[in-house]
Design a protein around this ligand. Structure first.
Ligand code: 13P
Length: 251
């Protein structure tokens, strides 16, 4: 499962160019284990959705955020609205940029997950530690706390977790893939122990993934894909990463 998070980037011209390049490079329409998704800024959802349909591509469109029950604020988008658009069946929740810049705490993120689950929107929950926490060996403790919001929630297999160490996002710094693998196993175990249905979620890695380093992550057993920021803004690079994922995971 490979997901592009375009964050606050894009324009009509960029989208046009992105799809031209993507379809030239992607092999076998990117059919992969899981799915390929793009989370564009909401204002461009129609452009992206129409390009996917026009080009008959195997890509899902994803929301970058959802209001959550208690957050029906100016500028926010509710689950009902997402459901009215055919374009959305997935939603990113709890990205560190929102945790930090919009003061989203565990309670708010829990509301958002709950809203997703009640409306059949598949949440992609982002978790991750700061560099300081990492240096002090607190990664697992932090992740366990961020995952604790799932206790008493009707988790289904629609839940995906994205492990995004905050210090790796947009920095060009990446953790050792072996360490990422160990953390992903830990995340699966924690969620499985919380889930009444014993479900282990897919776990994506995010943080400075490129076409140059993606193979080293995809080669690890518990890395089920990637959530990609900067490198997803170029259709050629993103297609290369999708191709690498498909080749690596089939080995
Ligand atoms: P970068 O790939 O730019 O580091 O961003 C990762 C990210 O935040 C995806 O959600």
């Amino acid at each position: 499962m490979i997901v592009a998070n375009w964050k606050c980037n894009g324009s009509k011209a960029m989208i046009d160019e992105w799809f031209q390049s993507y379809k030239k490079v992607v092999k076998n329409n990117g059919i992969c284990d899981g799915f390929i998704g793009i989370a564009p800024p909401t204002i461009f959802i129609n452009e992206v959705y129409n390009q996917i349909k026009k080009n008959n591509l195997n890509i899902d469109t994803i929301s970058q955020d959802i209001a959550g029950y208690t957050r029906k604020f100016t500028g926010a988008i509710s689950a009902d609205m997402l459901l009215e658009s055919d374009a959305y069946s997935f939603c990113i929740v709890g990205h560190s940029e929102r945790r930090i810049s919009y003061n989203e705490d565990n309670k708010i993120i829990q509301d958002k997950i709950r809203e997703c689950l009640s409306c059949d929107i598949n949440p992609i929950l982002c978790i991750g530690e700061t560099e300081e926490e990492n240096k002090h060996g607190k990664t697992k403790e932090i992740l366990e706390n961020q995952l604790s919001i799932l206790v008493n929630m009707a988790i289904t297999d629609s839940l995906t977790i994205a492990y995004e160490p905050i210090w790796a996002i947009g920095s060009g710094k990446t953790p050792n893939p072996k360490d990422v693998n160990e953390i992903h196993k830990f995340i699966k175990d924690v969620v499985q122990s919380i889930s009444t249905k014993n479900l282990a979620p897919l776990v994506l890695y995010g943080g400075s993934v490129t076409d140059k380093n993606s193979e080293s992550f995809f080669g690890e057993e518990f890395v089920d894909g990637a959530l990609i920021g900067g490198a997803s803004l170029d259709g050629t690079t993103f297609a290369k990463i999708v191709n690498i994922f498909n080749t690596t995971k089939k080995l």
